[in-house]
Design a binder for this molecule. Sequence first.
Ligand SMILES: Nc1nc2c(ncn2[C@@H]2O[C@H](COP(=O)(O)OP(=O)(O)OP(=O)(O)O)[C@@H](O)[C@H]2O)c(=O)[nH]1
Ligand SMILES: [Mg+2]
Length: 290
Amino acid sequence: MEESKRFGFTALVGEPNVGKSSILNAMINKKLSIVSHKVQTTRFRLNGIMQVEKSQLVFIDTPGICETRSLRDRKYNKVAWRSIHEANIVALVLDAKNGITEGANTIIKRLRSNFSKAVNTIAIVNKIDLADKLNILLLSEKISKDFGIEDIFYVSAKKRLGFDALKGWLASNVPQGDWLFEKDQLSDAPLNFIVSEITREKIFLRLHDELPYDIEVKTREWKNPKDESCMIFQDIFVERASQKGIVLGKNGEAIKSISINAREDISKFLSKKVHLFLRVKLKKKMSREQ
Ligand SMILES: Nc1nc2c(ncn2[C@@H]2O[C@H](COP(=O)(O)OP(=O)(O)OP(=O)(O)O)[C@@H](O)[C@H]2O)c(=O)[nH]1
Ligand SMILES: [Mg+2]
């Protein structure tokens, strides 16, 4: 091991919608994780990787944690807590405007009782573009006094503010160790997953309250992946036959706009021309129960 190399996982945790995925994207300077104004956009753990000088930092984006009775939300909460166990540093993300809500309080308490002091906990106050300075000051006092978190960073993922200090701190606080990933690797997630998620984001953004919540997107086939332009075939799975019409929209307008927007972002992500083919399908009962 080279003496000064460092490597570590930082889990981004917090309530839904505080901007965890936006922070991951701002950190790695690429739109990797999907973002929407809806709560619980993120469903799966996703790693984003970056280098700061001799440190390789891996950010784990996690689903928002919330108090819930629903089986589905409990499943997402579990994904988040499991990620925390693997992290060297836990970054609690708070919304500068909302401050320490009841939900955030619960997460902090559980962090304190379930994790040893050896796990470094920091706070990232996001959306500083939306809050006034006095509120941010009061919030920072509360975070350090009530929760004993001393390392607090103030960022705006939207305006890309405040990230240098955060990157610098993480780079010198992850443990010494060899890098686990290649230098320019952005993520360890399969491309199929990333491009499916982009389409899921466009569905989230296009369909509002009528959104079939448990919608899934799977990339079925990929043609000419090495060529200048490629063809990607994806299936959108809905729970009930009646939901097919919602995704398709009147005269197919919804699916058309989802497809155009997804194709544009996938193209950008892959830096190549993409032809995207979407198909709406009914989930089989088996996969519904999994
Ligand atoms: N004004 C402002 N909005 C932000 C900022 N960061 C994120 N947002 C917005 O907040 C909303 C939620 O962002 P996400 O990154 O999806 O939040 P999340 O915490 O990953 O949400 P879940 O995946 O649902 O848990 C989106 O509409 C973002 O555009 C910020 O710094 N300022
Ligand atoms: Mg998210």
